[in-house]
Design a protein around this ligand. Structure first.
Ligand SMILES: [Zn+2]
Ligand SMILES: [Zn+2]
Length: 285
């Protein structure tokens, strides 16, 4: 999607959800930067072995691991720099932490190329955050958003070369990560969006993606008070939840990452009811 379109689309949401204005502006600025960065991002598609491709659908193995995504290090570093500039104005927490990052960069104590290469290495990222007193969530957020153009390009190629129509699992067919949001399309078919690579795949309509529970006595949901298009699917088997957008009930173009933002109040309600969100939203920064 061109960033002019995204800008327009987010403006549409801003009119509908005025209380989320500030965070939507922040999201918009970041998305525009990422879309510009995609034009300078070059990737070598990951090599998927034929043997893996064969057992992929049959045995339910995702095609690649997170570390197999090819990341354009240089364009990610440039984007990291732009995202720091945008984020410092978003709120006090980001401002302070970006100052710590820049202090460390100014004395060459942070190796951004090494950090980008280790995006999947949790202990490494935790070590860096601890060493420089940087908030771990802020650091993870900046790294992930910086490598996102590369991830999107990897997924574009992989999804063209591999048929994933019959997957129907609760986890991503490409990278194995859990979904962060789901949707019901205009025909009532259910789709999940991967929390890491953003790939969208079709799955069973009545199923908890996290524990694969299909017992409808243990699956229920509640709606947003004033907007029936947004609901929270709760699973009593694993006590986890996922938000779902029902496209049959909206008359604007849905953009799932934004739907996830404008329903943060539903996360709060679900968590108050005692359910957990397995994939944390980074927009709670
Ligand atoms: Zn994925
Ligand atoms: Zn469950």
């Amino acid at each position: 999607m061109k960033y002019t379109d995204i800008e327009q689309q987010i403006n549409e949401y801003k009119k509908l959800f005025p209380s989320y204005d500030k965070i939507l502006n922040f999201f918009k600025e970041i998305t525009i930067e990422q879309n510009k960065s995609i034009e300078d991002t070059r990737i070598v598609p990951p090599d998927i072995k034929k043997s893996l491709r064969d057992i992929h659908l049959k045995e339910g193995f995702p095609l690649i691991d997170k570390q197999d995504f090819f990341i354009d290090i240089n364009s990610s570093i440039d984007l990291f720099d732009s995202l720091c500039n945008i984020s410092r104005n978003a709120n006090e927490k980001l401002k302070i932490n970006i100052q710590y990052i820049e202090d460390a960069l100014s004395i060459n104590a942070l190796n951004l190329a090494e950090i980008m290469r280790n995006f999947h290495n949790e202990p490494y990222i935790e070590k860096i955050a601890g060493e420089f007193d940087i908030d771990l969530i802020v650091l993870k957020f900046l790294i992930y958003e910086s490598i996102k153009p590369s991830i999107i390009l990897n997924v574009e190629i992989i999804s063209k070369e591999n048929d994933m129509k019959n997957w129907h699992k609760g986890y991503c067919p490409i990278c194995g990560s859990m979904p962060d949001i789901s949707k019901l399309d205009k025909n009532g078919k259910r789709f999940f969006k991967c929390s890491f690579c953003n790939f969208i795949w079709q799955s069973d309509r009545l199923k908890c993606p996290f524990c694969e529970n299909t017992d409808n006595k243990k699956l229920h949901y509640f709606y947003a008070e004033d907007r029936e298009a947004y609901r929270v699917d709760l699973c009593d088997n694993c006590k986890q939840y996922i938000k779902t957008v029902d496209l049959r009930k909206i008359n604007y173009d849905s953009f799932l990452p934004v739907d996830d933002i404008v329903t943060i109040h539903l996360d709060i309600i679900a968590q108050e009811k005692g359910y957990k969100r397995p994939v944390t939203s980074l927009w709670g920064l």
